[in-house]
Design a binder for this molecule. Sequence first.
Ligand SMILES: *Cc1c(COP(=O)(O)O)cnc(C)c1O
Length: 395
Amino acid sequence: MKKENRSLVRPDALPDSASRPVVTPLSPSVVYASETPDMLDRQYEGDLHGYTYSREGHPNADVVARRLDRMENAPCPGIMTSSGMGAVSAVLLGLTRSGDHVIGGNQLYGRSLRMMTEDLPRLGIDTTLVDPGNIAAMRAALRPETRIILVEVVSNPTLSVADIAALVALAREAGVLLVVDNTFTTPQAFKALDAGADVVIHSVTKLLAGHSDVMLGYVAAKDPDLNDRLRIFTVTTGMTASPFDCWLAERGLLSFELRFQRAQSTAARLAEHLTGLEGVRRVVYPGRSDHPDHARAEALLDGNFCNMVSFEIEPTRAAANAFTRAAEGLSFAPTLGDVGTTISHPASSSHRALTPTKREELGMSEGFFRVSVGLEDPDALCSVFTQAVAAAKIT
Ligand SMILES: *Cc1c(COP(=O)(O)O)cnc(C)c1O
């Protein structure tokens, strides 16, 4: 039964069409009207599917989440959050309580590290940061009250590879949740849940959406109860993703595999090219046999070494400035996974809070750069690097 009254403010129904759109419609509606209180009751009881209020869920989030579920082989419906940090926060704040202990990788994404060192302790949750490639140290950090181990597969920006197989065994043995932030590796290189993780996290902002025009996160737990707790926490804390961002991310995901393959093959090529350049002191790429974790990367990532390459030139600020100035067409910007190549300089950005000595210890001098390889023509990209490395040598 249609109620139509043109004097009221709500729109008429959409025009009839015997054919359907081939693109998911964008649904910015915050509220969804039900026909009767009885029907709304049945929606809340779960015997009718229907949206009510978009903080609790909306079609564009569901469409993109189901696509990500398939990519990650997630058994429960994963949850879209307003950013990758939303997903990290949902796990670290939504699954812990005061008195718990959380272990994190010692080279997590900067904001995740900050949450581990500032916010969790403020709420009475103790944290320890450990190298996820060092299982003895991980084991030593475990306490009876340890609840979560959070790691990234490939570390930022030094690209070391976590010992995931050993971490899975350790977490099982200790009854601790293993949470994997799969942003760098993507489900194309690594399926975290299949590998034995309990929860997988993504910053969809990066390679998955891929065009630097969306902020979005995704989180999925294997266990239905945990997954429900994550969903409820994100709804209560308002971490809801915007329909428009979800809609753009769906569009990005359609070309994700192609973009990933192309960026990864160019990254291997660039790593090779940089190795031969005078003025480059060191190249870090997990696909190279001289990488300390090469064998582990090979075993874990099924031949995918991803699109991130790090390298070092003369370790002075003057050389670093000359390099970025001469790197024409590449964005010197703190992100990754964009269609365009981006370069970041940890000493002046992500790791600026550390002392120079501490940075040296971690292997990030003033001459250390991280490259997120994009979709440019590989020859053209390599020539820009040749030119920029040469310019840095002259200073
Ligand atoms: C960017 C990033 C995040 C945070 O994601 P946002 O979408 O920027 O909030 C978390 N983890 C990793 C590994 C990232 O690269």
